[in-house]
Design a protein around this ligand. Structure first.
Ligand SMILES: [Zn+2]
Length: 140
């Protein structure tokens, strides 16, 4: 039964590849220079490959799909939260079921302190004023 199924899948895959126009031959790696390199879409991890890279073989039959909503950029758009004169605050991600373990963040140093789990940022307005808002701390 499995052999019949595998033969059917192999035959249909060969038929799809033979009928598609996507079977263009990739250029060799030696023919790619900095001037003619064309990079594909950059992923959230920063990967982008030129047209000769062997890792593009996986996108022969379908296009590479990249999510434009990178979490790092979405968190960066959220302004830091003013915590008044509190010296220690906690962050649990904002939702008991969807958040993260509660972590305590010390706000004694001037600057903006980010949660190591979710990236939310907090500052003490008594200690942090003006140019101090440009100082970034990561609390893990
Ligand atoms: Zn958090």
């Amino acid at each position: 039964m499995n052999r019949l199924l595998n033969n059917a899948i192999t035959r249909s895959t060969v038929a799809i590849r033979a009928s598609s126009n996507l079977t263009t031959k990739a250029p060799t790696a030696q023919s790619i220079t900095q001037q003619n390199a064309q990079f594909d879409k950059v992923t959230h991890t920063g990967q982008a490959w030129d047209q000769a890279d062997y890792r593009l073989q996986r996108f022969d039959t379908s296009a590479k799909q990249v999510n434009p909503n990178v979490a790092m950029h979405l968190v960066d758009q959220r302004p830091p939260e003013n915590c008044g004169d509190k010296r220690v605050i906690y962050c649990d991600g904002g939702h008991p079921a969807l958040g993260h373990p509660k972590v305590y963040i010390n706000l004694d140093k001037p600057g903006v302190h980010a949660c190591g789990y979710c990236g939310n940022r907090f500052y003490n307005s008594h200690v942090t004023q003006g140019e101090d808002l440009k100082i970034q701390h990561l609390n893990c």
